[in-house]
Design a protein around this ligand. Structure first.
Ligand code: NDP
Length: 399
């Protein structure tokens, strides 16, 4: 029985709030806080039964966060606001003696660059304070790290090749929309791609490498090589990896819109003067695009995300594939969300549960693959994201 503070009331925050409210024995008191309180109130009303309290907070402001945390006194803060707020929320957690969890690593607003260095630098501070910070506990990062840990522990002596394959074969019926925060999403896919090979990062031009990947229950889809943050912690925690890559599907319509928006300068993060005021084109674009939290109704199709791994077991080559399929319509029926918010929010809730139950609780700053994968994967089956595995699988990639 613990108090938990959820910060961020977007698509993911709504799923986390719904899922935590379903487990009152673990999450006995829930406070949902965000920049716009009316969004928290709407989610609380949807959940009903006075299960969720709400508050307004500017998570860029440490003293404001500290005041809110002290007034509620939670055991854990679940940060599902934006990556820009990771460090301020971690600072406020340290100041108030509160544990921390997030789903995306820190990114400075002025530079489209995400990496763990800023948050890993908090290791000693959290250790000294006897507090834990769990980083990147969504699906990818999050579950993909745990899938890799499960594979390395149970099916390999050494893992050598990892390909994370992420497909959204859904249709929301809009001409152009992103499935999570548009600003963060577009910053992620318009930067250079990067993968790990033989001890080095290799950079490629954005979206320049692609191939067809056969996804379970979906079929073949063109998939693009991107840099994704879990690669950074996985190559550190699994040093036997010779190569690690991340692939994501994009439809042609999405890519065409993105190309036009890039060509006309709408994805830029450098401020421009408009009618005498500074505006950032990408922030303005976010304001006119559909809210990812609103895409759930009538969303058809499913997501399919998994890890393809090749390595050695008992002196012989071994191949392995582990994945989850998630139907958008099922998510909407259960918690009024689309699949991308759902596949992020459910793991965040389970990570919080692991910490509060003491199954994953030790002072310091950690990524999800640094813990026992079993209790988490048991809960993943139980709380809405069943997974499947194939040992000796035929993989799409040449190794
Ligand atoms: P949304 O844009 O829908 O929601 C973000 C929420 O954060 C909004 O409620 C917003 O408030 C709030 N917020 C933004 N800035 C502040 C601030 N300064 N103070 C307080 N609240 C603030 O995003 P999503 O729900 O789609 O994504 C949430 C997080 O999940 C992101 O960090 C994203 O990167 C991560 N994510 C992780 C994935 C994974 O698999 N690991 C996959 C998908 C997303 P307001 O409404 O006022 O704008």
């Amino acid at each position: 029985m613990s108090k938990v503070l959820i910060i961020g009331a977007g698509g993911v925050g709504s799923v986390v709030a719904h899922k935590c409210a379903q487990l009152p024995n673990i999450f006995s008191d829930i406070l949902l806080a965000s920049r716009t309180k009316s969004k928290c109130d709407k989610i609380a009303a949807e959940i009903g039964g006075n299960k969720i309290k709400t508050a307004q907070v500017d998570a860029d402001n440490v003293p404001e966060l500290v005041k809110l945390i002290q007034s509620f006194n939670p055991k854990l803060v679940i940060n599902v606001a934006l990556p820009y707020q990771d460090l301020t929320i971690m600072d406020a957690c340290l100041e108030t003696g509160t544990n921390y969890l997030d789903t995306a690593n820190y990114e400075p607003k002025e530079v489209a660059k995400f990496e763990y260095s800023w948050q890993w630098a908090y290791q000693e501070k959290f250790k000294k304070a006897g507090l834990m910070a769990l980083l990147g506990c969504g699906f990818d990062p999050g579950v993909t790290n745990i899938f890799t840990k499960h594979a390395a522990t149970n099916h390999f002596d050494e893992i050598h090749y990892l390909d994370i394959v992420d497909c959204n074969a859904g249709s929301h019926g809009k001409a152009f929309a992103t499935n999570f925060n548009p600003e963060i999403n577009i910053r992620e896919i318009t930067q250079k791609g990067k993968f790990w090979e033989n001890g080095h990062w290799i950079e490629i031009e954005p979206m320049s490498v692609h191939q067809s990947v056969d996804y379970p229950n979906v079929g073949p889809k063109e998939s693009y090589l991107l840099f994704h943050e879990e690669l950074e912690s996985l190559v550190k925690n699994f040093p036997t990896l010779k190569r690690a890559r991340f692939w994501m599907t994009f439809g042609q319509q999405y890519l065409t819109h993105l190309e036009v928006l890039q060509n006309v300068g709408m994805t830029s993060i450098s401020p421009i003067k408009f009618n005498g005021i500074d505006i950032v084109p990408l922030e303005f674009l976010k304001a006119v695009l559909p809210d990812p939290g609103s895409l759930g109704e009538n969303y058809t199709g499913q997501t399919s995300i998994g890890c393809q791994i090749k390595g050695i077991k008992d002196g012989k080559e071994q191949t392995y594939f582990i994945w989850n399929n998630c139907h958008h319509a099922d998510c909407y029926k259960e918690v009024k969300a689309q699949g991308v918010s759902y596949t992020t929010g459910v793991p965040a809730m389970i990570g919080a549960k692991m910490m509060l139950e003491g199954k994953w609780m030790k002072p310091g700053v950690y990524n999800t693959e640094e813990f026992d994968s079993k209790p988490f994967l048991d809960d993943l089956n139980k709380y809405g994201l069943p997974w499947h595995e194939k040992v000796g699988a035929t993989l799409d990639f040449e190794y």
